[in-house]
Ligand binder design. Structure first.
Ligand code: NA7
Length: 316
């Protein structure tokens, strides 16, 4: 039997009322979207989908987080089952591999309710093994699967300027055009499921080590009685100038670490990157060493603060 795919309505279509908000001029797909996980990242992405005229239903483990989405026009469901039954494409964005597996395989998980008319897009940052296991399971029920971890933290997520690494079902990737426009500035198709997870872990391992080096450098500057503001200005004017240096450097200067990217998730990504490096026998001693600082930060109860709070353990 031929499968009915939710289709993209193209910009020159006259069938859509012009009052609908659009993502960069692209009318929203007609597909009914479900979103599981309304944390910092998932919440911002779901909100941008709603604001660009998509039909969005949401579920979150902690129900109180759904209120603002209902107020913006989303349908709120109490169970994952209802999301699957009422939606064509289900997005998930939860903390870690355990949470991502729980959503699919756990009690009331989505797998039981998936069929050949459903698609599942996992945007959580997980290890490649988890992505492959989830992808295989969804496909075993006839559904389409795309892994789509994102690069960028709270600010880019709210601005719809994430960078998205996708791998898996190419037709689903194409069908997500208006969604990707709504939440990202660039999206990539890599290849087989697992490759996006690997790419994301490589990206975040570099970021974790860079953050740790910035924290140590700022601590060293202070210990040498150098002005940290001047240090940041010198860095930002040279080859190391970056949003990361500016934003995280300012956070350190102000000793203010609201969680744009919670430290516990940064440490999770380093842990997963280290495991990846072991499977392919690639030494990553600088990244491994940075991970020790994040582990120490976790012991110092800094996990729910921003990753820049790693400064607190290098600056004693
Ligand atoms: P947050 O803000 O810590 O949000 C985590 C979300 O994951 C939140 O909705 C949690 O629900 C949900 N979660 C965690 N564990 C579970 C389980 N077991 N079952 C269902 N839902 C769960 O993280 P971010 O939004 O910053 O990051 C999400 C992902 O993107 C992560 O992989 C990052 O590395 C990148 P809660 O509200 O706590 O009930």
């Amino acid at each position: 039997a031929s499968r009915v795919r939710p289709s993209i309505v193209h910009a020159d279509s006259t069938s859509l009322p012009s009052i609908l908000p659009q993502a960069s001029g692209i009318p929203a797909t007609n597909a009914k979207l479900g979103f599981l996980g309304l944390g910092i990242m998932g919440g911002a992405m779901a909100m941008n989908l709603i604001k660009t005229g998509h039909d969005v239903s949401v579920w979150n483990r902690t129900a109180s987080k759904t209120v603002q989405f209902r107020n913006e026009g989303a349908t709120v469901y109490d169970t994952k089952r209802q999301i699957v039954e009422n939606c064509d494409i289900i997005f998930a964005c939860v903390s870690d591999p355990k949470a991502a597996r729980d959503l699919v395989f756990g009690n009331g998980g989505v797998l039981k309710f998936m069929d050949e008319d459903k698609s599942y897009v996992d945007m959580s940052t997980v290890d490649p093994e988890t992505a492959i296991e989830i992808g295989d399971a969804i496909r075993s029920k006839g559904g389409r699967f795309l892994e789509a971890p994102v690069s960028g933290s709270k600010g880019p997520a709210q601005l719809g300027e994430l960078i998205i690494m996708c791998a898996g079902d190419r037709t689903l990737y194409v069908d997500l055009y208006s969604c990707m426009e709504a939440i990202s500035k660039k999206w990539f198709f890599l290849s087989e499921v697992g490759s996006a997870a690997k790419m994301k872990l490589v990206v975040n391992s570099i970021m974790g080590a860079q953050m740790a080096a910035l924290a140590e450098g700022m601590a060293l500057a202070e210990r040498c009685e150098l002005d940290q503001v001047t240090l940041l200005e010198i860095l930002s004017l040279g080859a190391l100038g970056s949003k990361m240096v500016n934003l995280k450097g300012s956070a350190i200067l102000e000793s203010n670490f609201p969680p744009n990217f919670p430290l516990r998730l940064a440490q999770k990504d380093l842990r997963l990157a280290l495991s990846l490096s072991e499977t392919v026998h690639q030494p990553i001693p600088v990244i491994a060493s940075a991970n020790e600082l994040y582990k120490r930060s976790m012991s110092a109860n800094l996990g729910d603060r921003d990753m820049a709070a790693v400064y607190e353990v290098v600056h004693q």
